[in-house]
Ligand binder design. Structure first.
Ligand code: DLL
Length: 436
């Protein structure tokens, strides 16, 4: 199956813009009427709902931020009475309270459709066996993909994250064709399969839907090679709906944003102004159809760029490039801006370095110290001190020329960096721990 909802997914663009404009006018009227937070914000900006006619009017609307969630915690952004809410999810913040989101029954239906679209994008259909190895619970990954798989009519295996050996048993015994998990967990599955003598390339596994965390092109190559699957990047966030916001199709030319429901913009994070199409910036979403907690111009902090134009797959929806970082994950080390994704990119291009690493930032005296701990491949982890030292030097040199800052490189034993069954935690910032 190529599309789940072909009429929507391949709608001519002028028709799509018209639909988006109508839906925008409707959602603005709804939040103005039903959410005191938005009524105040719109009043302050001097905007009356009747001023909003078309999707081009979006730029006049105020932004919504993560801080607004914190200030209205937990249910201050609800646009419906509690009695209409049937589900809540939450994403754990780095500090303090989680970000809470709420769904009406119609929102759950919409979510199932969008996750079914995601699965269809990667070729799954009612004959598929879909193993959902994202965590079930307050995290949206498990339940989102679960409902999507059922909506598609596939056989759904709700195994959740963890219990890696059992995951591998099920892949073999149930003939799993499609796997859903984080890219870092996919690598742990591959590693464990090696230990158990299981060749994943000989199973029925055909495709994987990997997301919920950033991953590089080199990590993709490692996954494709070791699991023997076609890899699809899938993107989403709790505040928008969970997974099912955007997904890669078989053309592998970016992720289609389901923009009949979630309207995307890319802005310059410093000025808040839209950037020209194809330029990197911060991704912003406006809900067009959600009922429980619709948001206007929500700033995701994710950095990407958009491309418009019909894709080889026939979909007309805008495509977003792989997320290259977050506006808030930038580390400032001795005054130099460092993105963890740059470090990963360097490491994965170097033979002998494994895609398992940890970045530790500390403060010694008044200076910041950057340490990069890298696992080496079992083949290279030898007593040959000279070889190891050569690799260490090579990594240090490459990091210096990319980052423009000196990093202490520590090579660590194979499998000594903790593995993750969900989102990988790669950065340990001890400077923040001291102050908070
Ligand atoms: O991670 C939803 C999800 C579940 C997406 C399963 C895909 C698959 P949150 O926990 O709210 O929701 O985290 C959202 O994760 O703002 C991005 O920074 C990051 N993220 C999600 N997908 C990707 C991706 C889920 N494909 C945050 N690439 C987002 C890079 C991603 N980062």
């Amino acid at each position: 199956m190529k599309y789940f909802q072909p009429i929507d997914e391949t709608m001519p663009v002028d028709q799509l813009r018209e639909l988006q404009g109508r839906r925008l006018a409707d959602v603005v009227a709804r939040v103005y009427r039903d959410v005191p937070f938005y009524r105040r914000k719109l009043d302050e900006a001097g905007i009356r709902p009747q001023d909003i006619w078309s999707i081009d009017d979006l730029a006049h609307l105020p932004f919504t931020t993560k801080e607004d969630f914190r200030d209205t915690y937990p249910f201050g952004l609800l646009a419906r009475p509690m009695s209409d809410i049937v589900r809540t999810h939450a994403s754990s913040g780095t500090t303090g309270k989680p970000t809470v989101v709420a769904y009406t029954r119609a929102d759950i239906e919409l979510w199932a459709d969008c996750c079914a679209r995601t699965l269809a994008c990667g070729g799954a259909d009612r004959h598929s066996v879909v193993q959902v190895a994202y965590g079930y619970g307050l995290f949206t990954g498990g339940l989102g993909m679960h409902y999507g798989s059922e909506r598609l009519g596939a056989m759904t295996v709700p195994v959740s994250g963890g219990n890696t050996r059992r995951q591998l048993m099920l892949i073999q015994d149930f003939g799993t064709t499609h796997l859903c998990c984080t890219p870092s967990y996919a690598l742990l599955l591959a590693e464990t399969a090696d230990e158990m003598g299981v060749d994943l390339r000989k199973t029925n596994l055909r495709a994987g839907y990997f997301g919920a965390e950033p991953w590089s092109g080199s990590m993709r190559r490692a996954i494709v090679d070791r699991l023997g699957v076609e890899a699809f990047d899938i993107y989403g966030l709790s505040e928008v709906i969970g997974p099912g916001v955007a997904s890669e199709c078989c053309a592998h030319a970016g992720m289609h944003i389901f923009e009949d429901h979630f309207y995307p913009e890319v802005i310059d994070p410093a000025t808040g102004k839209a950037v020209p199409d194809g330029t990197r910036g911060e991704l912003v979403f406006t809900h067009l159809t959600k009922e429980g907690m619709p948001l206007l111009r929500y700033r995701t902090r994710d950095i990407t760029r958009l491309e418009h134009g019909t894709c080889a797959c026939g979909r007309t929806f805008a495509r977003m490039e792989r997320v290259s970082g977050r506006t808030d994950d930038m580390l400032i080390v001795r005054g130099v801006n460092v993105f963890p994704s740059q470090i990963e990119h360097v490491l994965l291009e170097i033979e002998g370095a494994e895609p398992h690493y940890r970045i530790v930032v500390d403060r010694r005296g008044r200076l910041d110290d950057l340490e990069v701990q890298v696992e080496v491949s079992p083949q290279l982890f030898s007593d040959e001190v000279k070889e190891m030292e050569g690799l260490r030097q090579r990594i240090a040199n490459e990091l210096h020329s990319t980052l423009n800052v000196n990093a202490k490189v520590t090579l660590v034993e194979p499998r000594s960096i903790p593995r993750s069954e969900g989102k990988a935690q790669r950065v340990v910032d001890r400077r923040q721990m001291e102050t908070s």
